[in-house]
Ligand binder design. Structure first.
Ligand code: ACO
Length: 326
């Protein structure tokens, strides 16, 4: 017998306030045509004043628990991927732990910017497979609207707020069937030499502020296309699979042109890609579980479907995960 980790439920939350490209054009020198043609974004959601990352994360977590048919008391591991914690410390995950009524196990945050969900999933997959934990919540939650520099129209139009969560459970299976179910593999990478291409120019140890997003857009675009192609091929090769074996690509939703490039590399039909960037913009660590939850709720992703998830973000960080749903 062997332990595998299975995705058994999902949930998400988007703040009520919807801001369209045309709304932004009333505030800064931009247009719907410029934003949509370069990114595929039409609108984004912004958290209300007083609505914090942990509030978004909590609703997504509660929905995922209910979908999986478990309660906060069943959970013994919570990992939140976030770049915008409520406080410098403690972790947003411990706030979620308290608010779902979980009184045991471990809860902590992971900082890998837009790759935060994939990094968190990878850590949880490894921890569940040790046999030490049984039921985990993996959450991606961010309020990047709080880090926008309204003097920089190139970055200000790209981001939105949201949260998504999955329940991941350890299950014992026959060793022979271990490659057929649950999370098949995860692949994560970083390159700190590229830190200055995308960063937030503040922090507790430097400016004692959270700062604003700064990005070299064209270079980030180029690295995203290269690194995502490389990591999805790595994930497929590790499992002896090809693009046509994938039922759904659930990519990080930063830019439709970056997603199109990965789809072309995988030789996948476009109707097998979950696309939410038009409605959510880039919600950083939340974007993959938000897209996953939308496709599951709409009945497009079905039990047993093979999912390929991928992301790249500041750091640079990038990664991919292959998993069967349900
Ligand atoms: N509205 C109107 N005009 C704008 C805007 C705007 N919001 N922003 C920039 N411009 C102008 C520029 O001033 C420039 O004008 P100029 O030619 O008169 O100087 C012109 O548009 C072109 O600017 P570029 O910066 O060269 O625009 P580019 O074609 O590179 O597109 C973009 C910018 C969309 C940011 C692109 O580089 C990109 O998508 N990069 C990837 C970034 C990304 O997705 N980051 C997310 C985080 S990382 C991740 O999640 C993968």
């Amino acid at each position: 017998m062997e332990i595998i980790s299975k995705l058994t439920g999902c949930g998400s939350y988007l703040p009520q306030n919807v801001v369209t490209n045309s709304d932004l054009a009333k505030k800064i020198d931009t247009s719907d045509e410029w934003i949509f043609s370069r990114t595929g974004i039409k609108q984004r959601h912004y958290a209300a004043v007083g609505e914090n990352t942990s509030d978004l994360a909590l609703i997504a977590a509660e929905r995922a628990l209910s979908h999986a048919g478990v309660t906060g008391q069943d959970v013994d591991l919570i990992v939140v991927g976030t770049t915008t914690p409520d406080r410098t410390f403690p972790a947003t995950a411990v706030k979620v732990q308290k608010n779902i009524g979980c009184v045991r196990g471990a809860a902590f945050d992971v900082q890998a910017v837009c790759s935060g969900f994939i990094f968190a999933l990878s850590i949880v997959d490894s921890m569940l497979k040790t046999g030490q934990f049984k039921t985990a919540l993996v959450i991606g939650a961010d309020t990047l609207s709080r880090l926008l520099n309204w003097e920089d129209r190139t970055t200000a139009v790209l981001f939105g707020d949201g949260a998504g969560a999955v329940v991941v459970q350890a299950v014992e299976v026959d060793t022979r069937s271990r490659n057929e179910d649950g999370i098949l593999s995860t692949h994560i990478h970083s390159d700190g030499n590229l830190e200055n291409l995308l960063y937030c120019d503040g922090g507790p140890s430097t400016t004692q502020t959270s700062g604003f997003i700064t990005m070299a857009g064209k270079e980030i675009f180029r690295h995203a296309v290269t690194n995502l192609a490389s990591v999805v091929m790595e994930a497929l090769a590790a499992n002896n699979l090809k693009g046509s074996d994938i039922d759904w690509l659930v990519p990080h939703q930063a830019n439709k042109r970056i997603i199109d490039s990965t789809v072309k590399k995988l030789k996948m039909p476009k109707d097998k890609v979950v696309l939410t960037v038009q409605d959510h913009a880039n919600t950083s660590a939340a974007s993959i579980p938000l897209a996953l939850d939308q496709a599951v709720c709409e009945g497009r992703i079905q039990q047993g479907d093979l999912l390929l998830m991928e992301a790249m973000g500041g750091g640079l960080t990038w990664g991919a995960a292959l998993a069967r749903w349900g």
